[in-house]
Design a protein around this ligand. Structure first.
Ligand code: SF4
Length: 699
């Protein structure tokens, strides 16, 4: 049996695994290819552990549902078509649409699960093969608020600016809006020591799997009203300042802007914070004192506080608190955000964001444009300017944007106001989706192009620590399936694009490394060859240097070396007038599924464990609405109606219900969420939506 060292295809922890191939494993189906088995592998992030998603991930490879030949829509049906014909037709139609409507009539939508090489090549393809500025990706729905807040505070955005293993020695960890016990279970191993030391504090409107870790011992769970996290953090900051719990020397020597922060939190007395958030004043004081109680304190944030219209300001409030306490850049303490998607970190560094070029540099920066244009072999003037963020891009479909290429994303499930997105896809002149499966988005396509999966290709990912990792090919792809690098090269050639279009990931990585040189996310010292042995490959990793596991020890990335504390104010703390029968819907993830569920819903063990969306609702609320355990529930608002089975739980507030977002059809949670966005990050409001709930008729 052969063993190939690689990493999990799913989340940002990127647990190490071994892929086993050999005839002695059980036979599988697609093209009668050799079977693949999964083994655990020791690595600093997962220490040999995998969650059930990782253990069952081999089932994706030979799944009966894989698309193994290009498909073309004919009427309401898909028919197989050869690669040459599919690519010729797509190139002709892209060219024609560009000529008739302008280059920005073609949009590109990428994903945070794409390898670094694909994310890089996609940005290049959009800008110099298609000539469009209209590119963005689903990471906009994931990390954009944390990224914006990190950039303005530190001058750099690396989710965790320290290795995960640093958490092992923590005395106190404040985890705000993250359910790691469900989303990345091996991560819990790094919280165990803190939990045993009674130092784990979880903020979540639900008594989530992670919040339950605080039950035994002296941990704390704060359960605020959804969407009031900013006020909660301002309130804790108020106590830290008022009771002089902050680190004055650190604040004076390593930060700027703290006087503004002092003024901005002055009004947030504990009693007032309690009125808005529901968190008792005693708990607020307890949190402030525990955070300030000595060394070994970490503050970690997740999507729960970031996926809001004030997500950037809320993360900023968490960073301000961290800076006041002197945590950032100090050994054994820090602030970090927990990236979600597999390459959520690398996916935002190489140019698939609307306003970015490789190296995490602004597309408006003349120096960056000149350098990247030279690597691409074009004149800088040929590079378009910034495009528009994902929600706006999707809002233009069928109007300004007539054609869309989708790579590694399932927007019909994952975008806000998903029903409207599906309707707009139907108005396009051309929709091309590259995927392994016929996802809900691919079902709307004119062409579905089947692509290789993680175990069938070489590449790199950058995990939540900013550590660059090697993915390796363990098995050849099915006949008829191609890599996205090959597809982009073929289309670029047909579109007469300038420059070199490599199809081997190692060569694309070398180009990426050159294009990133001198940027914030500098990969110029890295190569596939080096990554075969280098485990400590944290960026920035400049040529001739080594990786950087811990940032900010001496200075922050702003020119003066100081962190910027930005005063933020809550714009929505007054109770909203709502109809008495309205509840607040919070969406989130389950242990068994990943993102839109397009992959995990096709894995038997995961599907049978969680075959449908359940609506978590408090028993008293359910009783008021005439709903019993297991009853069908209808959740609705102006945008749509979703159906889910009622799951009664005292772990959720009486004014709140919870729906997972991994399901499609009549269970699409994002059919209810609104396409309103944070003015700074363009993050949509996923975590606070007003809905009505009623008992539905049995289907
Ligand atoms: Fe994969 Fe994430 Fe589970 Fe690890 S925690 S096995 S990376 S899904």
């Amino acid at each position: 049996m052969a063993t190939t060292a690689s990493h999990c295809p799913y989340c940002a922890l990127q647990c190490a695994m071994s892929l086993q191939t050999g005839a002695d494993l059980p036979e599988q189906q697609v093209d009668h290819r050799p079977p693949v088995g999964i083994g655990s592998r020791d690595f600093p992030t997962n220490r040999g552990g995998l969650c059930k998603k990782g253990w069952t991930s081999a089932e994706l490879i030979n799944s009966a549902g894989r698309v193994t030949t290009p498909l073309r829509r004919v009427g309401s049906e898909f028919v197989p078509v050869g690669w040459e014909q599919a690519l010729d037709d797509i190139a002709d139609r892209l060219r024609s649409i560009g000529e008739r409507h302008g280059k920005d009539a073609v949009g590109v939508f990428g994903g945070g699960g794409l390898t670094n090489e694909k994310a890089y090549q996609l940005g290049k393809f959009a800008r110099i093969a298609l000539g469009t500025s209209m590119i963005d990706y689903n990471g906009r729905f994931c990390m954009s608020s944390a990224a914006a807040a990190g950039n303005r505070a530190f001058g750099i955005d690396r989710g965790m600016p320290f290795p995960v293993s640093d958490l092992d020695g923590a005395q106190t960890i404040l985890l705000v809006g993250s359910n790691v016990a469900a989303t990345m279970p091996p991560f819990i191993g790094h919280l165990e020591g803190t939990r045993e030391r009674n130092g784990l504090i979880v903020v979540d409107p639900r008594r989530s799997e992670t919040a339950r870790l605080t039950d035994d011992g002296g941990g704390l769970h704060l359960q605020p009203v959804p969407g009031t996290d900013l006020v909660l953090l301002l309130g804790i900051t108020h106590i830290v300042l008022n009771e002089k719990l902050y680190d004055e020397h650190y604040v004076q020597t390593r930060t700027v802007g703290w006087e503004g922060v002092r003024r901005s939190v002055a009004q947030w007395w504990p009693q007032r914070v309690q009125e808005v958030t529901g968190a008792p004043t005693g708990q607020l004081r307890e949190v402030a004192h525990r955070l300030a109680g000595g060394r070994g304190t970490y503050i970690l944030t997740g999507r729960g506080i970031e996926q809001h219209v004030d997500g950037t300001d809320t993360v900023t409030a968490a960073i301000n608190l961290s800076l006041l306490l002197g945590l950032c850049g100090r050994p054994g303490s820090g602030y970090g955000t927990l990236t979600g998607q597999g390459n959520g970190q690398g996916g935002r560094e190489h140019g698939q964001k609307a306003d970015q070029l490789p190296g995490y540099r602004k597309i408006t920066d003349p120096q960056a444009r000149a350098q990247v244009a030279a690597v691409w072999g074009v004149d800088p003037d040929r590079l378009p300017g910034p495009g528009v963020p994902a929600t706006e891009l999707l809002g233009r479909l069928g109007e300004q944007i007539k054609a869309l290429l989708v790579h590694g994303s399932n927007v019909v499930i994952s975008a806000p106001d998903a029903g409207a997105v599906a309707r707009r896809l139907a108005q396009l002149d051309l929709l091309v989706v590259c995927d392994f499966f016929c996802s809900e988005t691919a079902a709307h396509a004119d062409y579905v192009l089947p692509v290789t999966q993680w175990a069938e290709e070489e590449g790199t990912m950058t995990n939540l620590e900013g550590r660059v990792l090697r993915r390796r090919r363990a098995i050849e792809p099915p006949q008829g399936v191609r890599s996205e690098l090959w597809i982009m090269a073929e289309l670029a050639q047909r579109l007469a694009a300038p420059g070199v279009w490599d199809t081997e990931a190692a060569a694309v990585f070398d180009e990426l490394a050159r294009a990133s040189a001198g940027g914030i996310a500098d990969y110029s010292g890295l190569s596939h060859e080096l990554l075969d042995t280098e485990v400590e490959a944290y960026w920035p990793y400049p040529s001739g240097s080594a990786g950087t596991p811990r940032l900010f020890a001496e200075r922050f990335a702003h020119p003066d070396g100081r962190a910027v504390m930005v005063p933020v104010r809550s714009r929505r703390h007054a109770p909203r007038p709502v109809a008495t029968d309205e509840l607040t819907l919070v969406t989130g993830r389950l242990l068994e599924h990943y993102q839109s569920g397009a992959q995990t819903r096709r894995v038997e063990e995961l599907r049978s464990a969680r075959p449908q969306a359940d609506l978590q609702i408090d028993p008293a609320t359910a009783q008021r609405l005439g709903i019993a355990e297991g009853d069908p529930g209808a959740i609705s608002n102006l945008r749509g109606e979703v159906f889910a089975r009622a799951e009664l739980s005292t772990g959720i507030r009486i004014d709140t219900v919870f729906l997972p977002f991994h399901f499609g059809g009549r269970q699409t949670a994002n059919a209810l969420t609104e396409a309103v966005v944070d003015p700074i990050s363009a993050m949509p409001e996923f975590k606070r939506t007003q809905v009505s709930v009623r008992r539905a008729d049995p289907v």
